[in-house]
Design a protein around this ligand. Structure first.
Ligand SMILES: [Zn+2]
Ligand SMILES: [Zn+2]
Length: 136
């Protein structure tokens, strides 16, 4: 399916062709740090299926436990994280796009989870917490 997205300030825009089957939740510690939240929701997209018609993401490179270099693309102006991809010149750039930045995020439902080892235990209790439709 075709999706489009942007960072919060709108400086960086992207268009991509993704499979709704390739959506997952990552519970790794780095995703928790980068997002400032409990997990990140990602959809995989090949380099050939994404373009950035406006703006240029800044890339921060992190070294994974495995030694792999991962570039974290974000907007330098508003700080929105847009994707992670390989920072190794020899590897193709498969993007792990942040689903929350797409306009079609309601249609991208996670199909699997990874890094359950560091998953926050309270996630399974969310539905039982009291809540309000908007900010209280
Ligand atoms: Zn921005
Ligand atoms: Zn992760």
């Amino acid at each position: 399916m075709k999706i489009e997205g942007a960072c919060h300030c709108g400086e960086i825009k992207y268009e991509a062709e993704v499979s709704a089957e390739k959506v997952m939740v990552c519970h790794c510690a780095d995703c928790q740090t980068f997002s400032g939240s409990a997990f990140r929701v990602i959809v995989w997209v090949d380099e050939s299926n994404i373009k950035f018609p406006s703006g240029k993401p800044f890339e921060y490179v992190k070294i994974a436990e495995s030694g792999n270099k991962r570039a974290q693309g974000f907007c330098r102006n508003c700080g929105t994280g847009l994707y992670a991809t390989s920072a190794d010149e020899k590897r193709s750039r498969v993007y792990g796009l942040r689903v929350g930045t797409t306009r079609q995020r309601d249609q991208l439902v996670p199909k699997r989870q990874i890094w359950l080892r560091s998953r926050q235990r309270w996630l399974s209790n969310l539905d039982s917490l009291p809540g309000t439709e908007k900010q209280q």
